[in-house]
Design a protein around this ligand. Structure first.
Ligand code: GP9
Ligand code: MN
Length: 621
């Protein structure tokens, strides 16, 4: 192999790559509002355009000199165009382009009218490199000419771009574990894998989705509908319509698990307010979260569709274009105003897009809140000011309304301002568990303040209030510390029980009681419909009302674990529910199949976008 002494010499390829690289980085810094918290993140941001640019522009090395010039100019033009389209889109939507968004006529027409207003003269900067490239090509300086690249140079280039890509992904994995499988905020994706790789990933998601959708037909939905009809219980006539015409206020309590309810840390009650509140509410003691990788967004999905989330990825990202018959849409058709309130970027978890599919009329996001360093901690606006500011939004809504509020402070890593810490942290080997208790207490106080403000504003008596925990806060990585706190070893069975989250339903004028049937998030939607008095299934749902008679009592978690009346199953083992002792696997067998079947049916609906056939099969009946 001959080593080429002139490598890396200045060539048209190098110049094109360098200019595009720097331009992209400057766009990150000046046109996209990407927050960088550490030098490591800055490094990732800096190198992330490189692997893509080297690979795409590197194709030119395999071309003849004339073709190479054309190729470099054309790809430079296309890449610049994509970057600039994102810059404009970002100015308007504070978000990055996705393929579905390109086909969303509503978004695009919003943008279309104001494109001219969005362009500044300083944007010319983003085209300077093309101009420079054009000039170079015109004057053809002898120094930059290179008739052919050696095999060594070609190999070097491919190796370099792959090495940079691997290095980039490795660093991102350190900074943000499970980046691709969790697919959260697009800003997070762009920050880590870069604007161009992000588009490749988006294309990948899109083609996968389209293929699965293309092969689906309505017969699949009929089969699922028959299955669901066969397990439909009778509603409890005493509860049906008990809250007719009332507002529905639903609160998603970030990372709130049931094990803190009625418990202490060093003699301090952890949730004094909730412990009181459950006394005059319905409190479900054996209620489980059923979320997967989509965490909060999965819980929203389950609670508002009565479908399971997906086994991998977040359905909010992967299937936001599906047809759904979510709670907001149904409530709206029954005269309700619908809104979600959450003081985060609207694109986080792709909420802005998914909420449209759910039929929300309004999403009060970070732009609708007064957020400053004084009232923020951890992930953003603290829960107390969030609730306080939300009251005004609620009061401005036409009634009856259906409103969902999503809290944020009790989020990993459970950082709290010292003045908000009213109970001591726990002392154990896990800092996470230690800090969890004071932030849970903060959430408890925030809820107390919220309920108080609902009372003074007059909304309390006119609303049913539903509080639920979205998913676990303490993962199994903290089992040692957890068993220290609980005073018993965390076996797989105990781990399963730790997936319980609180569900509290308050209905004005109704005393409520403790309900200990096994239940899950999938039942929240049918329960709301039951209480509001919306009769009959208007769509496909896997859950039953929590107040329905002969509730079949099988709660399936996303990983295939389940909790039944007598047995529970997790990690391939069957347990006696009462004692938590291991038992013969055969006791669980009939339910293992059932649980799998149910998850598969739900997946089929999402992957095949089957709800789009719903009207068709209903009309045929
Ligand atoms: C972000 C919040 C937290 O908006 O809902 O999401 P999580 O990380 O818990 O899924
Ligand atoms: Mn959450």
């Amino acid at each position: 192999m001959r080593r080429d002494a002139s490598f890396p010499r200045i060539t048209l390829f190098n110049i094109t790559a360098l200019m595009l690289w720097m331009k992209t980085y400057l766009a990150y810094k000046f046109s996209f509002d990407i927050r960088v918290d550490s030098w490591l993140q800055e490094l990732i941001l800096f190198i992330n355009p490189l692997s893509f640019l080297l690979l795409v522009l590197g194709v030119s090395l395999f071309l003849t000199e004339q073709k190479r010039k054309q190729y470099l100019f054309l790809s430079s033009f296309i890449i610049s165009f994509i970057l600039f389209a994102n810059i404009l889109f970002f100015r308007f939507f504070n978000d990055f382009l996705t393929i579905p968004v390109l086909f969303q006529t509503k978004n695009m027409s919003d943008l279309g009218g104001s494109v001219t207003e969005l362009i500044n003269t300083s944007d010319l900067f983003y085209f300077i490199d093309l101009l420079v490239l054009g000039i170079i090509m015109k004057i053809k300086p002898e120094k930059l000419r290179k008739s052919e690249y050696s095999n060594y140079e070609k190999k070097m280039l491919i190796t370099a771009s792959l090495a940079i890509a691997t290095f980039n992904l490795g660093l991102s994995e350190i900074v943000r574990p499970q980046l691709l499988t969790r697919t959260f905020d697009r800003k997070m994706l762009v920050k880590n894998i870069g604007a161009y790789n992000y588009h490749l990933y988006d294309i990948f998601l899109q083609s996968k989705t389209s293929a699965q959708r293309a092969f689906a037909d309505s017969s699949e939905l009929i089969e699922i509908q028959n299955y669901i009809r066969s397990k439909q219980p009778m509603p409890d006539e005493k509860m049906f319509g008990i809250a007719k015409g009332k507002n529905v206020i639903m609160v998603s309590m970030e990372s709130m698990q049931s094990f803190v309810i009625n418990r202490h840390v060093y003699g301090h009650e952890i949730t004094p307010f909730l412990n009181d509140f459950i006394q005059d509410s319905f409190y479900f003691t054996d209620f489980y979260h059923q979320t997967g990788q989509g965490k909060t967004s999965d819980s929203e999905f389950i609670v508002e569709n009565s479908l399971y989330p997906l086994g991998r990825g977040a359905v909010f990202f992967t299937h936001s274009q599906n047809e759904y018959h979510a709670t907001p849409e149904i409530m709206k058709s029954h005269g309700y105003y619908t809104a979600s309130l959450h003081a985060n970027n609207k694109s986080f978890w792709n909420r802005d897009i998914m909420y449209q599919s759910f039929g929300y009329e309004r999403f009060f996001n970070i732009n609708d809140y007064e957020v400053n360093p004084e009232n923020s901690v951890n992930w953003g606006l603290k829960d107390k000011p969030f609730f306080h500011q939300s009251i005004q939004h609620l009061l401005n809504m036409p009634q009856p309304f259906y409103a969902k509020l999503i809290t944020l402070t009790n989020h990993f890593p459970f950082t709290l301002s010292p003045e908000d810490q009213t109970i001591p942290a726990y002392h154990s080997s896990s800092d996470t568990l230690n800090k969890y208790f004071p932030t849970v207490r903060y959430l408890d106080q925030a809820l107390e303040q919220f309920i108080g403000e609902l009372k003074t504003s007059g909304l309390y008596e006119k609303s049913i209030i539903i509080l639920y925990g979205d998913h676990y806060g303490i993962s199994e990585n903290h089992n040692d510390a957890m068993s220290e706190y609980l005073g018993r070893p965390v076996t797989p069975f105990v781990s399963l029980q730790l997936q319980r989250v609180p569900l509290i339903i308050h209905i004005p004028g109704v005393k409520g009681r403790k309900i200990s049937n096994v239940s899950g998030q999938i039942q929240v939607r049918p329960t709301i419909m039951d209480l509001i008095g919306i009769r009959g299934k208007e769509t496909i749902e896997f859950g039953n009302s929590l107040f329905a008679e002969n509730n079949d009592g099988l709660t399936v978690l996303r990983d295939g674990s389940f909790i039944g009346k007598d047995y529970a199953y997790t990690r391939e083992s069957c347990y006696q529910r009462k004692s938590g002792e291991l038992t013969d696997r055969r006791n669980c067998e009939p339910f293992i199949e059932k649980a799998k079947q149910e998850l598969e049916y739900s997946d089929k609906i999402i992957y095949g976008d089957l709800l789009r056939f719903y009207k068709e099969i209903e009309n045929r009946r």
